[in-house]
Ligand binder design. Structure first.
Ligand code: MN
Length: 498
């Protein structure tokens, strides 16, 4: 192991210790060793040893304060697909939970969303979402995997660069946004931007410089005044300035009502005031408005009283600053701020800690939470529901029109794309001809069902085989709907007659 890698491992361990003193560090170190062996002799296109990639992924997951299982799965996420590891060894050393996460990440990775065919694209997207919906931690790992790959995109061919950057902009960034992980979303967008819009990126980077600068100066003036006023109140506060990230500025400039006029952008640098309590947010709002007049009609948005669909909470107000120049001020609690940056991942942060002492409540697979007074539990479950309803989710990512498709899981987690009214017999034939022919009965989500049962999206189907059977049943033709099933059943029956 080189010195640098050793240092990175130590940094990772140190990071985890801070937010999760009870993490199983031994197991995490073991996962690192396991991945090192699995990827031995493999190199990244940069020429560096491959292990730096899973190590970087695990480190970013630790920045998001994720649990031990996620960190370990992050270290192991490429060991089966790219390395020489076997699934059963992962189960043996690290448990089925970790193996399932690795499976999920691998599955999502194999669904490439390239090509101009919109239908294929949309179907792949939907499959991807269903895989992710089984355990949200798969999404975190996949997003972070993509982040690191985007950070090292320079080493790929131009064609691959464009393909990956487009996919990141179209799928992964909206996904991060939907989960409220805005920091990750911004990073993914800014990493993709120069590859997808080469010329526009260069021009905007140059043109925007002076606007960022003058906005920062303007905000400093307002800050001075507000700090004095806030200090006279008895409250703890923190003021932050955040520069609008470049891709988001690009999107805003493109809007019809802005039409590339920088002067119309009020939040190129936003001004944030953080306080402890919700009631203090409104106190601060009062102080702001008594010193700077709110702008009529576009003035105030109260996302505390009415959170955005992704859970985002904050008060936004646009006020006239010195010289009549409009500026946006955002007011929120420290907790809302943490959630806005890290989204649902922020909730995971403490779940492991909290479940050490109290009995945890298993709400859904992959989500282990403490039972008492955690208001976010409700939100988390809502999220899980939202995500496992792809129709609703996709509407928000702006795709729709394929309600008629069903996606069915095999016990191994493979996804099969079947038409409406498909039955376990259709499923068996789409898996393998032999499986259809030998079919005896079927379990859907663990329960025995009649063979003409109509499958629903998200169903997990297990086929039980008949050991001695030679022919399918003619009766099946009355309810199967897929061409493949009809064709194969007829063929087998003809064979049986001759
Ligand atoms: Mn990877």
């Amino acid at each position: 192991m080189t010195k640098n890698i050793e240092k990175d491992v130590q940094a990772l361990i140190k990071k985890i210790k801070i937010y999760n003193p009870k993490a199983d560090l031994k197991k995490i170190k073991k996962a690192f060793e396991f991945a090192s062996v699995a990827h031995i002799d493999q190199k990244r296109l940069s020429g560096e040893p491959f292990i730096i990639h899973p190590l970087a992924v695990a480190t970013i997951l630790a920045d998001l304060k994720l649990d031990t299982t996620s960190i370990i799965a992050g270290l192991l996420h490429d060991t089966i697909e790219d390395g020489g590891a076997k699934r059963e060894d992962i189960v043996k050393f690290f448990g089925e939970d970790v193996a399932l996460l690795v499976d999920g990440v691998t599955k999502v990775t194999s669904l490439r969303l390239k090509g101009s065919d919109k239908d294929v694209f949309v179907e792949s997207l939907r499959k991807m979402i269903l895989v992710m919906a089984k355990d949200l931690r798969v999404v975190f790992i996949k997003l972070v995997d993509r982040l690191h790959n985007m950070q090292t995109l320079e080493f790929l061919s131009e064609e691959k660069q464009l393909e990956n950057a487009k996919e990141t902009l179209e799928i992964y960034a909206p996904l991060a946004e939907r989960l409220g992980i805005s920091e990750l979303k911004s990073k993914l967008e800014d990493l993709s931007f120069p590859y997808v819009y080469k010329k526009e990126f260069k021009k905007l980077k140059k043109d925007s410089e002076k606007y960022y600068e003058s906005a920062e100066k303007h905000i400093a003036l307002i800050e001075k005044i507000l700090v004095r006023k806030l200090n006279s109140q008895n409250l703890e506060f923190k003021i932050l300035a955040r520069k609008k990230h470049l891709y988001s500025l690009f999107k805003k400039l493109k809007r019809v009502e802005i039409d590339w006029n920088f002067e119309k952008i009020n939040d190129i640098v936003a001004f944030r005031i953080l306080v402890n309590k919700i009631s203090e947010c409104y106190t601060v709002l009062g102080i702001v408005h008594s010193n700077f007049k709110p702008v009529p009609t576009i003035g105030i948005s109260d996302f505390i009283a009415q959170p955005k669909p992704n859970g985002y909470q904050s008060i936004h107000t646009k006020v006239f600053g010195p010289k009549g120049r409009i500026v946006e001020i955002q007011i929120r609690t420290f907790k809302m701020h943490e959630e806005a940056e890290n989204g649902i991942a922020a909730h995971w942060a403490y779940s492991e800690l909290k479940t050490q002492n109290n009995k945890s409540l298993e709400i859904e697979k992959g989500i282990s939470v403490q039972s008492d007074k955690l208001t976010w539990v409700k939100k988390l479950v809502e999220w899980q529901k939202e995500i496992s309803d792809p129709q609703e989710f996709l509407k928000s990512v702006k795709f729709d029109g394929f309600q008629e498709r069903n996606f069915i899981f095999s016990p191994k987690g493979d996804v099969f794309d079947l038409p409406k009214n498909a039955t376990p017999v259709d499923f068996a034939y789409s898996v393998h001809t032999d499986l259809g022919r030998d079919l005896k009965s079927a379990l859907v989500n663990g329960k025995l069902v009649p063979l003409n049962y109509k499958l629903k999206s998200g169903d997990l189907v297990e086929i039980i085989k008949n050991k001695n059977k030679k022919l399918p049943s003619r009766h099946w033709l009355e309810f199967v709907v897929t061409r493949e099933a009809i064709r194969q059943i007829n063929k087998e029956l003809r064979k049986g007659e001759s």
